[in-house]
Design a protein around this ligand. Structure first.
Ligand code: 5AD
Ligand code: SF4
Length: 444
């Protein structure tokens, strides 16, 4: 077992969902607090954290090949920590198959990374995939750095057990972070420059808590409280489950100006038989009626969804029902995937697994429909005058890139700075972005 000097630089590589991005940022903060610094781009780091995702295809193989690629020309490797959902699901196997890995740390245990690092520097390997309820956040340092947009994890875990999904096994049961912690973390983010906060959770709309008067509130209550922070201009949340869309949350879309007109609400399939086999506990019709209510509260809302094609037993006719669902909704954006059997999930051992060629063909047809609708949504925005939050410089000199309220990427030219909220007229639309004309600079 090798001994190594304490690492001075780190690189955290996050894969997968926004929750992983958030976790990656928090791990970086932990390491920075211990006096380490981020390795400059293009330079080797003393410690590499691979913050992995297990949701689809070949997750573990990818980790092993990433580990292999970290080997330097002289045959040495940096200290390697494998974090995230692959660590949680396959930690022991990683330890036995990949001797270059010193640390395996699950998504609920990464606050203990510094202690593990101390052991690793002495040549001891360490695994921590405990799932203590709620200990992690309290152990993390206060947040001091952010760009104009920030993520804030408010809820973790999932009790829904969709039959295709590993999340309930890798992220554990649903827990909500306490209200006062969230308000404090949001305040610090805003003080550090955040103008937009996206509230994150595997089932973010299942968040519940007690406000400072001890009243039980849901996500809508939290959103209303955060909307009181004067410098915070925009609030978003993701990902939601249809069954947790409460009346209050739907109404909030019409009541809270700072809550952006965008809702990501996965449906997965348009077939009731498939939805039942997926254990989604909603039907195509109940989902469509829910969206009608959301649209009644906020008529201009942009809707987005997740879809799986080729769930075991999905027939051609059932797939057509998914296409009909897409036609009925008119999504502004969407994510679509081929079904991938996940070890340990009920669907992985169901009969009638669908051939890859069939899934490929269905995915292509679905994506063609979704792309058509995304372009149509963008074209329908032409001529609109809207606020754009400037996130970064564009490709060309004098060009800026930001987001519209409907989460479209918008580029424009003119006088602006990162973090400004400027007024732009949307002038040209492509499938993935729009260009705008700057009408008014940000107020001083
Ligand atoms: N195969 C394919 N897609 C999946 N998703 C979750 N599990 C699987 C799987 N086994 C998709 C769902 C979910 C999104 C985050 O990933 O659409 O909403
Ligand atoms: Fe997975 Fe379903 Fe839970 Fe979403 S709701 S994380 S798809 S089990």
């Amino acid at each position: 077992m090798r001994q190594s000097p304490p690492p001075r630089t780190y690189r955290v590589k996050s894969f997968g969902c926004q929750m992983n991005v958030y976790d990656g940022e928090r791990m970086a903060e932990l390491l920075a607090e211990r006096g380490m610094s981020a390795a400059p781009d293009g330079e080797d780091a003393d410690l590499v954290v691979l913050n992995t995702c297990h949701i689809r295809e070949k997750a573990a193989e990818k980790v092993y090949s990433d580990i292999g690629r970290l080997r330097r020309e002289d045959g040495s490797s940096p200290l390697i920590a494998v974090a995230g959902c692959v660590a949680q699901a396959e930690g022991d196997e990683i330890m036995s198959r990949a001797p270059a890995v010193s640390m395996v740390v699950g998504p609920q245990a990464y606050h203990r990374l510094p202690e593990m690092l101390e052991k690793a520097s002495k040549g001891e390997r360490a695994t921590d995939t405990d799932m203590p309820a709620d200990a992690k956040f309290a152990a993390l340092p206060a947040r001091r750095k952010t760009g104009p947009t920030a993520f804030l994890t408010v809820q973790e875990g999932c009790d829904k057990f969709c039959t295709y999904c590993v999340v309930p096994y890798t992220r554990g049961a649903e827990i909500s972070r306490p209200y006062s912690d969230l308000v404090a973390e949001a305040q610090r983010l805003v003080e550090a420059g955040a103008r937009e906060i996206t509230l994150l959770g595997q089932n973010v709309n299942a968040w519940t808590g007690d406000d400072d008067k001890g009243r039980a509130i849901g996500l809508d209550g939290l959103i209303k409280e955060l909307a009181k922070l004067p410098e915070l201009q925009r609030i978003r949340y993701t990902t939601s489950h249809p069954n947790d869309m409460t009346d209050g949350l739907i109404a909030a879309h019409g009541e809270v100006d700072k809550l952006m007109p965008y809702l990501h609400l996965p449906v997965q399939s348009g077939s009731d038989r498939v939805l039942k086999a997926m254990n989604r506990s909603h039907t195509a019709d109940s989902y469509l009626r829910l969206l009608e209510r959301v649209r009644a509260a906020r008529p201009d809302i942009a809707l987005s969804g997740d879809f799986i094609v080729g769930f075991p037993g999905e027939t051609d006719a059932e797939f057509e029902e998914t296409l009909s669902m897409v036609d009925a909704v008119g999504y502004a954006a969407a994510f679509s995937f081929k079904y991938s059997p996940r070890p340990g999930t009920p669907a992985a051992t169901m009969d009638d697994q669908i051939a890859l060629a069939v899934m490929d063909e269905r995915l292509q047809r679905l994506q063609a429909a979704l792309n058509r609708d995304q372009l149509a949504f963008n074209k329908a925005s032409l001529g609109k005058v809207c606020k754009v939050l400037v996130e970064r410089k564009g490709k060309y000199p004098g060009q800026w890139l930001g987001k519209s309220p409907w989460l479209q990427s918008v580029h424009f030219e003119g006088e602006a700075a990162i973090g400004d909220i400027v007024t732009v007229e949307l002038a040209e639309a492509g499938p993935n972005s729009l260009s705008g004309r700057l009408l008014a600079p940000a107020p001083a």
